[in-house]
Structure formats: structure tokens, C-alpha cells
Design a protein around this ligand. Sequence first.
Ligand code: GLU
Ligand code: ZN
Length: 492
Amino acid sequence: MSVRVRYAPSPTGLQHIGGVRTALFNYFFARANGGTFILRIEDTDQERSHEEALEDLYETLAWLGIDWDEGPGRGGDYGPYVQSQRFELYRSYAQQLVADGKAYYCYCTPQRLDALREEQQQKKSRMQGYDRHCRDLTEEQRSAYAAQGITPVIRLKVPLEGKTTFHDELMGDITRKNTDISPDPVLLKSDGFPTYHLANVIDDHLMGITHIMRAQEWIPSGPLHILLYEAFGWDPPKYCHLPMVMGKDGQKLSKRHGSTAVRDFRRAGYLPEAVVNYISLLGWSYDDKTEFFTREELEKVFSLEKINKAPGVFDYKKLLWFNGQYIRQKPAEQLKELILPYLIADGVLQEPITAQQQEVIDRMIPIIHERLRLLGDVSEMTRFLFQDIPTAESAAFIPKKLDMKKTLEILHTGRQMVEQMDGKDDAELETQYREAAAELEVKLGDIMMPLRVAVTGSTISPPLFESLRLLGSEKSLDRLDRAITQISKEVG
Ligand code: GLU
Ligand code: ZN
């Protein structure tokens, strides 16, 4: 039996870390087994489905390099793969269940159901939810309701006794008493729309899905889905509910921890390789040491057996570190292409890029290559090379524990050293700066810091000597002079 799996998002919001983890696990599992990966759009909740969410889904999957074998835009033998285009089918299957005595028409009005809920709450009644009022209506009662013009919903007949078990590959058997399952959930709404449960089960069956890998939040639906498979007389697929994704504080990952929308990571300058690699480790591991996997490798080695029971912990810092590692692996030429859009979007450069700017870019690449952790940081790191920067506020120049007067002295000394720096290498410069520091009775860092502020205006620029060389002594001296003038005025 060849593996068929699916990612079945509801387009109600942006793709987040958890959803993409589900997509990746299904995708890798299919690839590793020579199976088929299906994308199915579960847009049965038309009120909450959004065009923007759909666009985001396609963009995100394309960015991550996840392609599907069957689904929207790809076709396949089991389409359409968008649930809103399958409503006829759900309706006829639901009606079939009614004909088979496994489901029934319910004519209760929203008013009746509201009143029922209120009564149950007031009486703190043990019985919560639908009271199965219409489960055993006679033919005459039904016709009478129909004559009133009430369009019924279709509800599943949940057995009144017994238990239902579903087997999860990871968690083992999960059993629930049928009396604990929601009393006769709606399968088809009165407007003819299916509920999630109905559409999901029918599609998984008709699309020949062999394994369902999805978030743990769906475990409570498991027994109900098994009852639906039984009602239809179908064999259920294998289930594997994926471990939770948590923040470092042990709480379910959410916006409280930071952005979880993959789009935000893309925009900030994460590389898809890093994101794919890191997300794949959220609840899966190959062994207890290997951390780096290319997509191609994951397509070979991914297996269900190595999914962990323990939750995955999403650590923003770790992802950032991964990203830095992946940036380092990029060839210089490619890095150049990757950072250019950020420099342009942030207004550091305008197109067309001049030959002189090209040259600066070429020279700065090897220096930022080692330091960049996010592509988006390039702008703050290198703005000073392309644009004149306003002199910072005087306070920003003063090293800790020193004062304005000392800072001015430092800037003067620094200026002299910058004037004579051409041709000196880092080691020579460092010796010289150390000597100057000793003479001024300050720390080495106290000399570097004000110079750096004067020349780059930024705290995340490359190290001082590199920055000075990249900018050139003429511009560097000019900026130093402006800083000196400004601070002299304050010292008086
Ligand atoms: N549409 C559901 C979701 O958004 C799919 C759940 C499932 O995989 O069965 O998560
Ligand atoms: Zn009813």
C-alpha cells in the first residue's frame, strides 16, 4: 500500500510555525516513502475563510520549497481538492447516512437550542448539549416540521452505549465512552454546508489517505471520526497526532512568545533552509546529535518512528543561530543577491546601483558574511557605507564611567590614529590602540566605542577597523571632525 498523506489547512489565518510543522512532516513522510503528498483546502467555514490566508498559504509553501503532488493547481485523480467545491458530495454522503439509519434530520430551531442550553446551565444538568430531541421522530412528525418550512440539519447517531477506541501510532489506544462523545453532532448544516468532521472524514477516505498526521488539538475529535468511519463502513487511516510545540516557558507556542507567522520570519530575513531545518526538529529527531539537515536529506531520512512523544520547544534564539549558520554557507554571490532587496527596501540603496556602490558591496560581503544572522540586519549594519549619517547625540559617544571631556580627548587621539592608519593591518592597529588606551588611562573598548559611534552611527556595524577601511579615511575623518566639533561645544 503506497503512502498517501495530506496537509489540510483551513484558510482562516496566516500560516504559523505549528501548521508548517504539520505540512513539513507530512511532506517528508511522503517523500521518504515514495508516497504522495496532497494539499487540501478545508474552507468549509466560509465566514472565516479569507483570500489573504490562501495567498499566504501558497506563498509560504512555495518559499519553503514544499510542493504537493495533488491539490490546487496540480490536479490529481481525487479532486477537486478545495472543500467548498465539493459540497454536493458531502450532502449526498450525509443523506446516505440518513437512509442507512446512521444519521437523522433534526428540525430544532436555533431558538430551541439556545433555550435548551440555558436551561441546562441553570439546572447544572449532567446532560450538556443537544438532547437528541429529533433522533426518533416519526414520519408524520418530520413531515409536519417540513410543512412549517424548516430546513433540517443532519446529525450523527452516536451510539448510546459502548466505547470507541482509536489507535494513535504515537500515543497508543485512546478510548472514550460513547456517552462522553458530543451527543449527536451536526454533520450537515441547514444551509447545506458540511461541518469539519463530515468533510474531513469523507475526503480522507475518498482521497485514499493512509496516514493522518496532524496537531494534537484534534485528538478529542478522534473517537467521533472513528464513529463516522464506522457509520460509513470504511476503514480509518492510521493516526499520528504530532507532539505539541511549546515556547521555552513550557506553554503552548503562541503570539505571547513572539510572532509565529512564517511570513514574518521570511520578511525579517530568515532563509527557508534554516526554517525548514529548525522546524523539522520540533518533535522529530534523527539521533540525539545531528542538527543540520538539508531538505533533500530530510526527504530521505524522515520517519514516523522518530517522532518524539515529548513536546517540541521552539526557541527563537536557536532559530536565529541556525539562520546565521545557513547564511555563512551561502556563496558570496548568492548572499549579495539575497541582501540587495533589503538594502533597497530599507532605503539604503536606490536602483540603479552604481559601479562605486557595487564595489563597496563586494568589499563588505566578506566582512558581514560572518556576522549576519538575519538578512534584514544588513541595512543597519551597512547603512553608514552608503549614506551620510547624522552625528549622534553627544551622550551616545560617552563610554561608561567616563565623561564628556575624556570622550573628547579620546576622539582627538582616535582622529590622529585614523589619519595614519593606511597600510596597517589589524594586529598593528590593535597594538597602537592599546598603547593609546594606556596613555589615556582608559580601556581599549573605551577608545573604540566613540570612534565607532562617530563613523558608523550604529551599534551593530562591523568591527571598527573593518568599518574604517570600508568607509575610507577621508569620509571617516570627516565624520570624526563633525563629532569633535559637536562635543567641543558641549565641553566649552
Ligand atoms: N482543517 C483542519 C485544520 O485546519 C485539518 C485538521 C486535520 O488535519 O484533520 O487544522
Ligand atoms: Zn432536533
